[in-house]
Ligand binder design. Structure first.
Ligand code: FES
Length: 252
């Protein structure tokens, strides 16, 4: 089994949006080994919820041994998690899965919704490498843009909103930057329809594109086959072969 099991103390737990929470957990081994795009598989200390939940890593501070996650309440397990207090512990398995390719010079991170969490970590890593990341973030409305201040601290932020309340009106795929600037790679996370649209635009532009898949998971380590995705190489487990995939490998 890959990853480490650590019972981490919760150091920060803040409500950051409708049903959305940000948590910082003391997980020194995971913080040291994690890479952008990977996830932790968390289990609340409650016998009613025996299954772990996969949650993308939104950032690490290896020096302080901190892992940050952002999650949305989507069921009873995450609802129970939202009631945890600073000082409580959370059982985490990780870091799991594959990571973003950070090897290109000019990468744009495109995201929407709560799925933007891996992009924050991706941006932190680009800054650590001495470069300035570009983000293209989409939302229904300005008030739905998560962690905007944090993104702005890291690099250049471009925005689209469906109602035009911030940035260019429309969807991320319509933003003028994609036609006016040449990127070496697009890294995308968020809702599947958005990522599929981003993948289509990337293909049209001839730009390599990586997507972070969020298939339903149970074991998180390639044993139960509940997270399979159809790919050009057959059915692959997203928890083990992903969650980051070059979109050319996906049958989208
Ligand atoms: Fe069990 Fe992926 S979650 S194989």
């Amino acid at each position: 089994m890959s990853g480490f099991v650590e019972k981490g103390i919760i150091r920060v737990h803040n409500h950051v949006g409708p049903d959305i929470w940000l948590m910082q957990i003391e997980l020194p081994r995971i913080a040291k080994e994690a890479k952008p795009g990977q996830f932790v598989h968390v289990k609340v200390n409650d016998p009613r919820y025996i299954l772990r939940r996969p949650i993308s890593i939104a950032g690490t501070d290896a020096g302080r041994g901190i892992v940050e996650i952002i999650y949305r309440i989507v069921g009873k397990g995450t609802e129970a998690m939202s009631h945890l207090k600073v000082g409580d512990t959370l059982d985490c398995l990780g870091p799991l899965g594959t990571s973003f390719d950070m090897d290109k010079d000019h990468i744009v991170g495109i995201g929407g919704g709560v799925g933007i969490a891996p992009l924050l970590y991706f941006g932190q890593e680009i800054v650590r490498m001495g470069a300035k990341p570009t983000f293209l973030l989409g939302a229904r409305s300005e008030s739905d843009l998560l962690e905007l201040e944090e993104f702005c601290k890291l690099g250049r932020v471009l925005i689209t909103t469906e109602d035009g309340s911030a940035g260019e009106q429309g969807f991320v795929t319509n933003h003028s930057i994609l036609q006016h600037e040449r990127f070496d790679q697009i890294s995308t996370c968020g809702p599947n329809p958005m990522m599929k649209a981003v993948a289509r635009v990337a293909t049209e532009l001839g730009v390599r594109c990586e997507a972070s898949l969020e298939n339903m998971m149970a074991c998180g380590v390639g044993a139960c086959l509940c997270c399979v995705e159809k790919t050009t190489e057959g059915n692959l487990c997203v928890c083990k072969e992903g969650p980051i995939f070059d979109v050319k490998r996906l049958l989208w």
